[in-house]
Write a protein that binds this ligand. Structure first.
Ligand SMILES: Cc1ncc(COP(=O)(O)O)c(C=O)c1O
Length: 404
């Protein structure tokens, strides 16, 4: 008898999935007594539980036979219709239900994009920094990365063009550019309209696919809305991902993809093989929630609270952080992004931060190449305003002690 050695059976793909140092650090940040600015969580005290329960009740009474049955893979048709209608809110007008697929969170849509487009060794272009779990997904499928730096106006498109020229000179066609242009995670910045237009012009010129991820766009606290790339796209080269996680609740695990019909058909097949369909009862409840017009008043409520928390964090940073640490003041979203002088390593000082009762996410997690060791991401939606102030003070004291 021999105990089975699973290691020899795992695929190369399974072995590419690394346990993330971040998840380990995040766990440490969840200990009692520690104020965590680490996670990317909405404020649970604001979940619209009562209204959602009302919609779940309807799903389980009036629509029980549909809600508890298997559903169509691309999603519950009345919901897809409602989401096509909702796209108009983003300025995307030419969308029909056949352009929509409901996913189990936008993370699942990211997985589908990976499955659809990435072969081992393919090149994917990312903003630097970028969303950790998208990097993980692309990496699992064997992507190589090129990264575009950002400034206060979002990804620097001239740099993207340099990368595209370099790749083309080597005969490499990148599979896509993954971007979070509005209230970027983690950097908090928003790509200007001018840059968006430039990005689309360059994408047209280099025949580049753009994957636009927009979980935070509705959470604007100041400034004017900027149209999503998808609304400006004239050549069908933007795949657009949305989610209810930040505007309703992440526990319902519901996102959706807006794409040309041939892409939706392909994702449909991939989804069939993945999970047949997303939970129907939740889709019916969300459809009720939208039809009852509960969404936008809820978004207004959370925006008010988050806007206040954001302002509290921005002010606390001004009051307590050393001026050598550069921090942005975002117009929306859930995060501030801090850049300390190069000699401060935020992984190394993380233990000190915990000892002082505060946690953050080390910025290097958001770079595929280990850069950003002097950066950190700070979340303001989850803690109370009082806790935000206290956490930033503690972090400020620590950072001041490290400045020389
Ligand atoms: C940029 C980005 N994309 C996708 C997701 C995944 O969201 P979902 O809960 O819809 O899977 C997140 C969650 O934090 C995110 O920040």
């Amino acid at each position: 008898m021999a105990i089975l050695d699973y290691q020899q059976l795992f695929t190369a793909r399974a072995n590419r999935v690394k346990s993330s140092i971040i998840r380990e650090l995040l766990k440490l940040g969840n200990q009692p007594g520690i104020i965590s600015l680490g996670g990317g969580l909405p404020d649970p005290t604001m979940f619209p539980a009562e209204k959602f329960r009302e919609c779940m009740d309807i799903a389980l009474t009036t629509h029980a036979a549909v809600s508890l049955q298997y559903g169509e893979t691309p999603g519950y048709t009345p919901l897809r219709k409602a989401l096509a209608e909702l796209s108009k809110h983003d300025g995307i007008t030419n969308v029909m239900e056949e352009n929509i697929l409901v996913s189990s969170g936008s993370q699942q849509a990211i997985d589908f994009i990976s499955k659809l487009f990435i072969e081992d060794g393919d090149t994917v272009i990312l903003e630097a920094p970028s969303y950790l779990s998208a990097i993980q997904s692309f990496q699992t499928f064997g992507a190589q990365f090129e990264t575009v730096p950002m400034d206060a106006d979002g990804a620097i498109i001239e740099e993207l063009e340099i990368i595209l020229k370099k790749l083309h000179a080597k005969g490499i066609s990148p599979k896509f550019f993954y971007t979070i242009p509005t209230f970027q995670n983690p950097a908090g910045v928003t790509m200007t309209l001018e840059r968006r237009k430039k990005l689309l012009a360059i994408a047209n010129q280099y025949n580049l696919l753009i994957v636009e991820d927009n979980p935070y766009g509705d959470l604007r606290y100041s400034g004017e809305p900027v149209a999503p790339l998808k609304a400006l796209d004239t050549e069908n080269r933007v795949i657009y991902m949305r989610t209810f996680s930040k505007i309703l609740a992440p526990g319902i695990r519901m996102g959706w993809v807006v794409a040309p019909t041939d892409v939706i058909s392909k994702i449909n097949l991939v989804k069939q093989a993945t999970d047949l369909c997303s939970p129907v009862v939740t889709q019916v409840a969300v459809c009720e929630y939208l039809n009852k017009d509960y969404l936008w008043s809820h978004v207004e409520t959370i925006k008010k609270a988050y806007s206040h928390k954001c302002a509290v964090m921005v002010q606390a940073v001004k009051d307590y952080f050393p001026t050598e640490v550069k921090v942005n003041a975002p117009q929306g979203g859930m995060f501030l992004w801090a850049e300390a002088p190069e000699y401060i390593n935020t992984v190394e000082i993380f233990k000190d931060a915990l000892a002082n009762g505060v946690a953050y996410i080390v910025g290097t997690a958001f770079y595929p190449d280990g850069k950003g060791t002097n950066t950190m991401r700070l979340n303001f939606t989850m803690p109370t305003p009082e806790k935000i102030q206290e956490a930033i003070k503690r972090l400020g004291d620590l950072l001041k002690a490290k400045i020389h």
